[in-house]
Design a protein around this ligand. Structure first.
Ligand code: 5GP
Ligand code: ZN
Length: 115
């Protein structure tokens, strides 16, 4: 655990979150500032700063993907579709440096990025 990391502190139970799914290696909770009717963050419990670091731990990456799919299913998003987003680094707009997948859906989301 990284004591300076917001999401590690959520995993540790030090900061409250609305948890919607949990496995031995992953935690999923609602984004505090949702951008769509469904906006859930899915994280590995182990600290990896971004998706590049996570790629070095294939088992954790697979667990995160499976948990993201389970969340999409549980939130009723698999029929109409949804978006799975890993913001990475400066140009990617990453704000929290504990890797997280955004599961976003519940409405048509428009173009993938603006020009
Ligand atoms: P990023 O920009 O790093 O991809 O996304 C970080 C996300 O974390 C943002 O969507 C932001 O709303 C969310 N967030 C920031 N602080 C908290 C928090 O304390 N609790 C929850 N549940 N979400 C947070
Ligand atoms: Zn962390």
């Amino acid at each position: 655990m990284d004591n300076d990391c917001l999401f590690c502190r959520i995993v540790a139970g030090e900061i409250p979150a609305t948890v919607v799914h949990e496995t031995a290696t992953t935690l999923a909770f609602r984004d505090i500032d949702p951008k769509a009717p469904v906006h859930v963050l899915v994280i590995p419990k182990a600290h990896h700063r971004d998706v590049l670091a996570l790629a070095g731990d294939p088992a954790a990456a697979a667990d995160l993907l499976a948990a993201s799919a389970a969340v999409a299913q549980a939130e009723g998003l698999t029929g109409d579709g949804f978006r799975l987003i890993f913001n990475t680094g400066g140009h990617g707009g990453q704000e929290v440096f504990h890797v997280h997948a955004h599961v976003v859906g519940g409405r048509a989301l428009g173009p993938m990025v603006s020009r």
